[in-house]
Write a protein that binds this ligand. Sequence first.
Ligand code: ADP
Length: 265
Amino acid sequence: MSIIPRLIADARKIVIKFGSNTLADGEGRINAPLLAEFAEQAGALIKEGKQIVVVSSGAQVAGLSAMDKWARKKDLHYRQALCAVGQVKLMDAWERAFAPQGIHIAQILLTRDDFGDNTRTLNMRNTLFTLVDEGIVPVINENDTVSVEEIKIGDNDTLAAQSAILWSADLLILFSDIDGLYDKNPKEDPGAQLAGEVQDITAARQQVNTTGTSNFGTGGIVTKLDAAEQAVSYGIPMILAHGGKKRALEALAAGTQLGTAFLVP
Ligand code: ADP
């Protein structure tokens, strides 16, 4: 069995993160069919005895489709208000996706401070365990309404890694809009090579940097490497893969879809 299918087969507790680009359709709305297809695959894994926690971006995307007249408002309070509107739509979309599987979902909104406080951490951990033990799929997002720039976790890759560590997950999967880690930004360089497996993240950072033409550092790939580094340091392997491909979770488990596996040394 190749590495990605083996990681999924061996994991009981899996945190799966969706980026905004993956959740949005071509028109900038939440891609409901994609969510439904994912829920079906997640439901099948849960029936097999696995446990799943979702980390979902997309509040802003969902908010904009409701409040399109706010699209140009850059003011912080409007952006936070937009996320507050969008978070409801986002959770509605997740609820509709999981309902046909007979699975309830639960919303968990977190900030950076929550991870730095022992009492809150313990409460979060206990709530996560309780929900998952009851067969509920928690859907975690950053609490944008209270998170101003200075106190933000800032990106959901880090939030996903911290959630995986908090819940003592066996595996973290980041679903993005690329197949994995390349030596250069694949959107700018069609000749970019995919890394199937990363054993040494520090070395990987250097290899990606040394290509010279890479957009490394400006793309969202940096926070994905940071997330991998955090997760792996707690013994949790991570898979970075394309979440928009057909039945991506099943395809990864079957070894028919490529991705990058960040392995625990
Ligand atoms: P998400 O919304 O899924 O979190 P981001 O847009 O933040 O995704 O980050 C993924 C993007 O990072 C890719 O779409 C790609 O354009 C960019 N990127 C830059 N350098 C690389 C690289 N070396 N390998 C893969 N992706 C890269």
